[in-house]
Design a protein around this ligand. Structure first.
Ligand code: HSE
Length: 297
């Protein structure tokens, strides 16, 4: 018995929601084949597309899968084949795609014994392996689809937020790699009350805008005065991309997850495609290779 699953790329933080907000891309992601075996445990049999560890304990899909097996009374095991399309260190949830794909597929093969919240908890073990911190803002949208808010980590409380139909994301990945663990180390652990006020005003505004399909409000709320000023220094061309994106009609723009990918949200696919061209032209001028995608959320 086997199943093939699509493992979506995700954009964490979405500017104002550091570690709590994320969204899943409908048409960018990996593929994974998971098969039931009599032999207990998890075996990663093949990974194509990227060089990643095959050893179960060193692979995020393996670790997430083991967390699921621990809570299951299933006596057999699973074999996993991963077709990796998302580059590790690109900032669009490469590790989250692998860990959620594995636990989602296993749950399907076992007849859905687990809730989405439990699947998020298993997948978070993969995130812990990848970045030292079990953050949920990539794995939650990968499991639930659309936008998700991690209202609380302890106890874990995930709120799915609807994405308006006409909302499209453009994501560009300049070909440098930034490890999430490195880009977390440079962050300050304290923020001022003044910055806090701006940030939770924007986060509330963004959530309200998503529910009411108020695209203008979504755009006004896509601001980050806490993390972006620090992390953007690591991303060549960030300021140019940001200003070109605003000129081409996007609602807003920011760092995708821990970078270096940059995302923009637009109303309508046509605008999202124009934004993709503008972003690409910045990196052509700089002379840095890139990948660019447009996707519905
Ligand atoms: N919230 C995490 C961070 C996401 O920004 O470090 C990493 O993809």
């Amino acid at each position: 018995e086997e199943i093939k699953v699509f493992c979506p790329a995700t954009i964490a933080n979405v500017s104002c929601g550091f570690d709590v907000l994320g969204l899943a891309l409908e048409s960018v992601g990996d593929e994974m084949l998971v098969r039931k075996t009599d032999k207990p445990g998890i075996k990663i049999t093949k990974i194509t597309g990227q060089e990643l560890p095959l050893a179960t304990e060193n692979n995020v899909a393996g670790v997430a899968g083991l967390a699921l097996l621990q809570k299951s009374d299933y006596q057999g095991g699973f074999e996993i084949e991963i077709q990796k399309k998302i580059k590790p260190g690109s900032g669009i949830g490469s590790s989250a795609a692998s860990s959620t794909g594995a636990v989602w597929a296993m749950d399907q093969l076992l007849g859905n014994p687990f809730t989405k919240l439990e699947l998020v908890q298993f997948a978070m073990q993969g995130e812990k392996l990848a970045s030292d911190v079990a953050h949920a803002d990539n794995v939650a949208p990968a499991i639930y689809g659309g936008f998700t808010l991690v209202r609380s980590y302890d106890p874990l409380d995930i709120i799915p937020i609807p994405a308006p139909d006409e909302l499209f994301a453009t994501v560009i990945h300049p070909q440098i790699e930034i490890k999430t663990s490195d880009s977390r180390k440079i962050l300050k652990t304290n923020i001022s009350l003044e910055k806090g006020i701006r940030q939770w005003g924007n986060l509330g505004g963004l959530i309200a805008g998503l529910y009411t399909k108020d695209y203008n409000l979504i755009g006004r709320s896509l601001e980050d005065h806490i993390v972006e000023p620090i992390r953007s220094i690591l991303i060549p061309g960030f300021d140019q991309v940001k200003s070109s994106v605003h000129d081409s009609g996007a609602l807003g723009c920011g760092i995708s997850g821990s970078g270096p990918s940059i995302f923009a949200l637009s109303k309508g696919e046509e605008t999202a495609q124009i934004v993709a061209k503008e972003m690409a032209s910045v990196y052509k001028t700089i002379g840095l290779d890139f990948d660019v995608h447009v996707s519905k959320i």
